[in-house]
Ligand binder design. Structure first.
Ligand code: UGA
Length: 435
């Protein structure tokens, strides 16, 4: 079976690498020559633990290859996975131009029957349209069908999530397509959910939006905890013993970021509205998240009146630990706000600095250790719960900072530790520690 994967972002590249790892012969297509050369040397264009190794091993074993020559790759493929991005348009809807771009290339290149599998997150009904579009644009008389196979990997654990997925969802309109996908995934030995294309597309959005909603819910409860004197960490622990609720995605903080939740909540809300239906829960989740982003900075402005001229340490820039991705990271609007307020910003992140420099090449001093960020600072903000940051004892803040005032947007530290260290410590959904 010849498998081709279009797109070498998180979804495409991890899919290609993992399919080759279980023994399939896979070619990954990307338009960027430079990227292709790097991947052939086992260098992943994205920061993802374990991926470099997987690329190298499978490339050397002859199971995985990379090319920019899409025509040659697609023409005799049995299965083509589409894993290109579906970014957000200004109105919140999904931008499908890259998916359609690949669909066009596939239609013009195919010389034999092929199953096209859409892994990209696309609005419900898109797979039907892609199939129509490919059939209309075919150059040769071949049989083509489109299947939906949404992706559930998380950045930072993408390889593990794929090789040990909790479920594989396939949305098909024929037994033939189901058979091909069963064969592709046979060696993964994971539960298969087989449904129609539209349900598969919906499973993806509903899953992401449910998780986003869970985070917004716990964030609202956290905000209320602050008002009524409860502790969100204990509340979440207490809730989690009920296995209908579970213990995941109950971590309060300054909101969800990344390339998926913000985009997928807006896209489903937009899609529902387009069908004349108001998705009230998802709308609330979006609103709560927008508000939550600025929770810490608002508290700081209240405490200091103005941040002008203050030396501010920013700890953590990426949208979560384990990735260098900054997309929709709460740190971006917060740092913008700090600069607008006239603060002097010094920032630390173990892997996200190079990307952040592209957004803020000047205005910020970047340092390579958390201690260097907090030295002589008047205020510290924690935006990402990296281990490198959690490992800094609060006593070090007390020793190094001008005035140890800490706004922890990810509840990285223990309240007792804050009391012992004698720092002024504000977190999410817990009581303030005033030194
Ligand atoms: C998310 C989903 O978790 C994956 O299942 C899905 O496949 C992926 O989107 C996608 O659609 O491609 P990801 O964006 O990599 O994965 O990151 P998550 O680990 O889900 O975290 C998203 C955001 O939620 C982060 O900003 C994180 O800090 C925040 N979060 C997460 C919380 O604030 N609290 C929590 O309890 C959990």
């Amino acid at each position: 079976m010849k498998i081709v994967v279009a797109g070498t972002g998180y979804v495409g590249l991890v899919t290609g690498a993992c399919l080759s790892h279980v023994g399939h012969k896979v070619t990954c297509v990307d338009i960027d020559e430079n990227k292709v050369e790097k991947m052939k040397k086992g260098i992943s264009p994205i920061y993802e633990p374990g991926l470099d190794q997987l690329l190298k091993e499978n490339f050397e074993a002859g199971r995985l290859d990379f090319t920019t020559d899409y025509k040659n790759a697609y023409k005799d493929a049995d299965v083509i996975f589409i894993g290109v991005g579906t970014p957000e348009r200004e109105d919140g809807s999904a931008n499908l131009q890259y998916v359609y771009g690949v669909a066009k290339q596939i239609a013009e290149s195919l010389e034999k029957d092929c199953l096209v599998v859409v892994k990209s997150t696309v609005p419900i009904g898109t797979n039907d349209k892609i199939e129509e579009y490919i059939l209309e644009n075919l150059k040769e008389k071949v049989k083509v069908e489109v299947a939906s196979n949404p992706e559930f990997l998380s950045q930072g654990t993408a390889v593990k999530d794929t090789l040990r997925a909790k479920r594989i969802v396939i949305g098909v309109e024929s037994k033939e397509a189901e058979g091909i996908l069963r064969e592709v995934y046979e060696r993964f030995n994971q539960p298969l959910v087989v449904t129609n294309r539209r349900s598969a597309e919906m499973i993806k959005y509903a899953s992401n939006d449910f998780l986003a909603l869970k985070i917004s819910f716990i964030n609202e409860i956290a905000n209320l905890c602050e008002v009524v004197g409860a502790d969100i960490e204990d509340v979440a622990t207490g809730m989690s013993y009920d296995d209908r609720i579970g213990n995941k995605f109950l971590k309060a903080g300054i909101g969800y970021g990344g390339s998926c939740f913000p985009k997928d909540t807006k896209a489903l809300h937009w899609l529902a509205a387009d069908h004349g239906y108001e998705l009230k829960t998802v709308k609330a989740s979006i609103e709560v998240n927008e508000n939550q982003k600025f929770r810490m900075i608002r508290k700081a402005i209240q405490r200091f009146d103005s941040l002008k001229g203050l030396k501010v340490a920013v700890l953590g820039l990426t949208f979560k630990p384990g990735t260098d991705d900054l997309r929709e990271s709460p740190s971006i609007p917060n740092v913008r706000r700090l600069i607008e307020e006239g603060a002097e910003v010094r920032a630390y992140d173990p892997v996200g600095v190079d990307n952040f420099k592209r957004i803020y090449p000047k205005d910020i001093e970047y340092v390579s250790a958390p201690e260097d960020a907090i030295r002589d600072a008047d205020v510290a903000f924690v935006f990402t719960e990296w281990d490198e940051i959690k490992q800094v004892n609060l006593k070090r803040y007390k020793e190094l900072m001008n005035k140890p005032v800490i706004y922890d947007g990810r509840n990285c530290y223990d309240l007792d530790e804050a009391v012992d260290a004698g720092v002024e410590y504000y977190s999410v959904g817990r009581k303030d520690i005033i030194a």
